[in-house]
Design a binder for this molecule. Structure first.
Ligand code: E4P
Length: 216
């Protein structure tokens, strides 16, 4: 499973990119707006920091306008993937962009059949939102499992990006059900690193090493 970072915060991306674990990034209008900077500049910088696809979302609601916006965003960098919300207009835009050779990531997917339609329209990626489903007492990861089964049944090449991840258990579950990608907020990536027994283990090794040096 590939690991993408789910943020538009350049400091977080800069730091975590150095760990060598990232293979892409996702943004959305909320994440870019939170940074309060020129979104095009931020997206370009993310593309320079992260190897792999970087999702940039359109905000138009009509297919023709989505396509125009996508063409502009695609010029920012060769790694830009256009995020398109799951609507009928979005599906039309995905088809048109596929014909132009522009990759898309269909976002705001909440059911397996939405994912199937997005794949049929030609999406390179689909983004099922697990956390937002869990928030309303539905099972986000069951949706992901069903999408993967459908895609495997019919040899569909669209990649599944597990999105709206809230904690490390979501990452574990995404990997166990065979998701292609998990897009993870910086806070959760940092939580994934930590284990108290690792910290205690290091402390003990260092203390024992110092004892040996004292004896020596
Ligand atoms: C990524 O593609 C999504 O936009 C993001 O994961 C949504 O996360 P949220 O539900 O925490 O806003």
């Amino acid at each position: 499973m590939k690991i993408f970072i789910d943020t538009a915060n350049l400091e977080d991306i800069r730091e975590i990119a150095k760990w060598g674990i990232l293979e892409g990034a996702t943004t959305n209008p909320t994440l870019l707006s939170r940074e309060g900077k020129d979104p095009e500049k931020v997206l370009k910088e993310i593309c320079e920091l992260v190897p792999g696809p970087v999702s940039a979302e359109v905000t138009s609601e009509v297919a023709e306008d989505m396509v125009k916006e996508a063409q502009k965003l695609a010029k920012i960098h060769k790694n830009i993937v256009i995020k398109i919300p799951f609507t009928v207009e979005g599906l039309k835009a995905v088809r048109a962009l596929k014909e132009e050779g522009i990759k898309t990531n269909v976002t705001l997917v909440f059911t397996p059949v939405q994912a199937l339609l997005a794949a049929k329209a030609g999406a390179s990626f689909v983004s099922p939102f697990v956390g937002r489903l869990d928030d309303i007492q539905a099972n986000g990861m069951e949706m992901v499992e069903d999408i993967i089964t459908i895609f495997e049944n019919y040899d569909i090449q669209t990649e599944v990006i597990v999105a709206s991840i809230r904690h490390p258990m979501h990452v574990l579950e995404a990997a166990l059900v065979g998701a292609h990608i998990a897009t993870i907020p910086p806070k959760v990536i940092r939580q994934m690193v930590k284990h108290p027994l690792t910290d205690i283990g290091i402390q003990r090794f260092l203390e024992d090493w110092k004892k040996l040096n004292k004896k020596g």
